[in-house]
Write a protein that binds this ligand. Structure first.
Ligand SMILES: [Zn+2]
Length: 641
């Protein structure tokens, strides 16, 4: 996922009731239930059932290997109704329970396939709801059956789905639905073993209103005819958080042989232009890190309420339209989501304490791709901007949350999304690269992706591989103690390698000339500046500029009317505390159109912190709320109320 810094500073309720307190209630009675009741009472022990503290699934006993979904998308009721058929692989010969994760789902019935090849109803128990993990669905079987079917429907509280009304789409003609399963939201629209410790293949049949198109993180090629009846096949094994769906008035346009855009019509041509280098990025990544294993790589442009920058759903990354600027200046987001096709999707963090294994590697690969495709100057500027965002983040975080490997037991795994796993992870790998040399490190990374592809990874396993492939082969270069310092201790080691940016030094020089009143704004040398240089310029402006100075800047550079969301937000964050009158109309327009948390939450925070604007913050939020994703809503409400 592309990180939203705004996720920080959430109050995290620690609500993990002792397991002995967990009580159950029976929601279904059947003949099989009566037969099994006696066994059930004796066999259900909620003890060490999972390797992942954020999942109830008993994956040591039994694992789903393949999932067959039959889904109906109902926009009137805002509901997905479906059957999830699990193909099972039993690991413990004594086990007869199958436990899956659910959240805010209504379970209608559960069936098992008998040895005689008939489907029979089986008893199940939906456990009491845990505020973070949801409810375990325990299915009691009399034998180790090969398949189980769960009949269910989603509810309004299904946190992984956002239903957009016609008014919240770009074209304003048809409604839109999209899912966001990472970290543990897949369970809110599919009952499944929702842990990245295991991987499954899946197939799906999806029914929608006939005028809409459904797409999934799967092979979308079978759905050439728009008729409301769609089929998907995901032949590569993926963790549950990478199962994704979107339904809307979507159209497709190819960009190259292996890449293309799905979007509402208004975005289609703009996105094709903006992301034209995707194939080039793919080719570079394949050359550096080994084959691309997923068939096609398409991008789905979502309506602007999408709460993140992007989500690396395999074969079909979900992308915010706020990076479509007309000048390809924010395409590092595409490099990031594409990089996940190796780091994260091919080698996956085994649980959410290990998020840096996904995101640190991805940020590193992203920057490596940007360097190859767009040159060192741009890659250095981007790395430099990220480094400063990391420093800002770390200042707000508890020390233990600034280690790469964290302990999130009892906390919401969405809280692991700070800049630490992303940028500190990247800096750790950059540091290793500086010690062993780029060529050796590229080879190491390619070997790492090849050896562990389609597997889950944890920190300890990575360290072993690093020792075998680099530390021991080239002794006296890097010590194990240094590696452990990077991973397990808070903060940044002193010898962190930060790429100096020549371009940024020049920006500071120009700014200095204006502040010292030596050169007027119109004569500053800004002609060749990219978005990154402009961002650095705004970020380096003093926080106590006069109204006269702000007005002068706006007259010359038109920041208040910038269509680049990064620039507009940086400028708004500077000018809201200074009560700069011209910012408030475009600010209202922005907040009622865009729902990307990274932008929206800090803007509300600035409004709230300004005693004269608290009322305005609430007024704008009331207007904007229906267009925000539930995740964005809850983040904004934590700031405002
Ligand atoms: Zn990511």
């Amino acid at each position: 996922m592309h990180y939203d810094r705004a996720k920080l500073n959430q109050e995290v309720p620690i609500l993990n009731p002792p397991r002995s307190c967990i009580r159950f209630f029976v929601v279904l009675l059947s003949l099989q239930f009566f037969l099994a009741t006696k066994t059930l009472a004796n066999t259900i022990k909620i003890d060490d059932v999972s390797l992942d503290s954020h999942s109830f699934a008993n994956i040591k006993d039994v694992q789903t290997t393949h999932l067959n979904l039959d889904l109906t998308v109902d926009f009137t009721r805002k509901q997905i109704t479906g059957v999830a058929e699990h193909q099972l692989n039993w690991l413990n010969p004594a086990a007869t329970r199958f436990v899956v994760d659910t959240r805010a789902l209504v379970i209608e019935k559960v069936q098992a396939l008998t040895a005689a090849n008939t489907w029979v109803n089986v008893p199940y128990i939906l456990g009491i709801a845990d505020p973070i993990k949801g409810q375990p669905l325990t299915i009691q079987l009399v034998a180790q059956v090969s398949k189980v079917r769960i009949f269910y429907h989603s509810t309004e509280a299904s946190s992984g789905l956002q239903w957009l009304g016609i008014a919240q789409t770009t074209e304003k003609k048809q409604p839109f639905l999209f899912s966001q399963s990472q970290a543990i939201h897949a369970r809110s629209w599919i009952p499944l073993q929702d842990t990245p410790a295991i991987r499954i293949t899946y197939q799906a049949k999806v029914k929608t209103p006939p005028e809409l198109l459904a797409v999934m993180s799967a092979d979308n090629s079978k759905n050439q005819v728009r008729d409301g009846d769609y089929e998907f096949d995901m032949p590569q094994k993926v963790p549950a958080y990478l199962i994704a769906i979107a339904v809307g008035d979507l159209h497709f346009k190819p960009m190259s042989a292996h890449t293309g855009i799905y979007a509402e019509k208004a975005w289609l041509d703009k996105a094709v232009y903006e992301f034209a280098d995707t194939q080039k990025m793919m080719d570079v990544a394949s050359k550096l890190y080994g084959d691309y294993h997923w068939g096609r790589y398409d991008l789905l442009i979502l309506p602007s309420s999408f709460p993140f920058g992007g989500m690396e759903n395999p074969r079909l990354s979900f992308i915010t339209p706020t990076v479509i600027t007309g000048d390809r200046s924010l395409v590092s987001l595409i490099a990031h989501e594409l990089a996940h096709s190796w780091s994260g999707n091919l080698i996956t963090n085994s649980n959410w304490n290990e998020l840096w294994i996904n995101e640190g590697f991805t940020n590193f690969v992203e920057n490596r791709l940007m360097r190859e495709v767009y040159g060192a100057a741009r890659a250095d500027m981007e790395a430099n901007l990220s480094y400063h965002e990391l420093l800002q983040d770390m200042a707000d975080l508890a020390p233990e949350d600034t280690a790469l490997k964290v302990n999130l037991t009892g906390r919401d795994p969405d809280d692991a999304f700070s800049q630490v796993p992303y940028v500190k992870g990247q800096l750790f790998l950059t540091w290793l690269e500086s010690k062993f040399g780029a060529q050796r490190f590229d080879q190491f990374m390619a070997a790492y992706f090849k050896k562990h592809q389609f597997q889950s990874m944890d920190t300890e396993k990575f360290i072993q591989f690093l020792q075998a492939e680099l530390l021991n082969k080239y002794p006296n270069t890097v010590s194990l103690a240094e590696v452990q310092r990077w991973i397990f201790l808070p903060g940044l080691p002193k010898d962190v390698v930060v790429s100096p940016s020549d371009a940024f030094s020049k920006v500071e020089q120009q700014l200095g000339l204006w502040l010292a009143q030596e050169t007027p704004l119109r004569q500053l040398n800004t002609k060749q500046w990219s978005v990154h240089e402009w961002l650095h310029f705004i970020n380096k402006l003093p926080r106590d500029l006069s109204l006269e100075q702000l007005t002068a800047l706006d007259e010359v550079y038109r920041f208040s009317s910038s269509k680049n969301a990064e620039i507009f937000v940086a400028w708004a964050r500077l000018t809201i505390p200074l009560n700069y009158p011209p910012i408030f109309t475009p600010l209202r327009d922005f907040l009622t159109t865009v729902g990307r948390s990274k932008f929206v939450v800090p803007l509300y925070r600035e409004l709230k912190a300004n005693p004269e604007k608290t009322g305005l913050a609430t007024t704008i939020y009331r207007e904007a709320k229906p267009g925000y994703h539930p995740l964005t809503q809850s983040q904004v409400e934590k700031v405002l109320f």
